[in-house]
Write a protein that binds this ligand. Sequence first.
Ligand code: ZN
Ligand code: ZN
Length: 353
Amino acid sequence: MKTLLMYEPGHVELTDLPTPEPAASEVLIKIVASGICTNDVRDYLGDCNYSYPRIGGHEFAGVIERIGSAVDPKRFRPGQSVVKYIIEDCKVCHYCRTGHENICEEHPRSKIFHATDGISGYCGFAEYVLAQADDIMVFEHERSFAKMAMTEPVACCINSIEQTNVKFGQDVVVIGGGTMGLLHVMLLVRRGARVIVSEPQPARRELARKFGAAAAFDPTACDAVARVRELTDGRGADAVYNTAAHPAVAAQAVKMCAPCGTCVMFSSIHPREDVPIDASALHSFQITVTGAVSPTISAYYEAVQVIDKGIIDPSPLIDSTFKPTEFDQAIARAQEPDSYKVILAFGDEEARS
Ligand SMILES: [Zn+2]
Ligand SMILES: [Zn+2]
């Protein structure tokens, strides 16, 4: 099978590797579409401490090619369109046992990050990938694999929104109008919130309004915190989702919260830096500051549902599609500040039976 093997950061070659055979409990997925994540870009730039060689790509969708001998054929069959839950959850640690498998203790120790002998990675930049059958979720209706490949990013945003208890009619702020910010907008509009977006690029503000945001402003042209108060009868936002990676923006995000509001740090701050927070204001106004990382299994399942049933349509956020032979162009496009989700097409869209 063709794989985009990263020999070291910045050096990726389309390499032929043997197609893996599914073990009894596994399925073999033929990948059709695979999205490039910010994390893949950081990996490519040498900004991660993974082991190499490595195969990146964790936002993939494809078709079941073969199932292992112990997989229930009533549930999983060759030809089904599927995505894989990508966290290597051990199912037995404290976090797995308490419904937080996205924080599983074993995941960071898995060969996704460090393979002592062999290849590390999520392995979605390849023609085929193996998955445990119980990590597979099936699409019944959706036909576009690029859209199905948006499951993981959508699931991350669902997990973020589920850290808050948004009620109908509440005011929420999304900071950043990139792919993740705009997915937040789509989901929060469906959730019945009045959505305000803070984003410097005019085209992105325009798209946010198109997706149903009530207001979108340029934080470089005003006092962003004051602007949020103006738009919310002086109270601030009931929930703030910070998808920007700057320490100064994180501090502002907390200040945008209304009393009893919640601020979610969705983005990592890279490199890490402490952010000053007025702890006394958190006390006086009962403000919650929290974070959101990878999705839980239930958030992943919800993402499959919202895409499969057409409740949200992430296709306007699909930026461009490249062949695996065009990886260099694809990763370059993914680094451009005006890009959305860049897709690598490993199979043709007609692969579904
Ligand atoms: Zn991702
Ligand atoms: Zn675990």
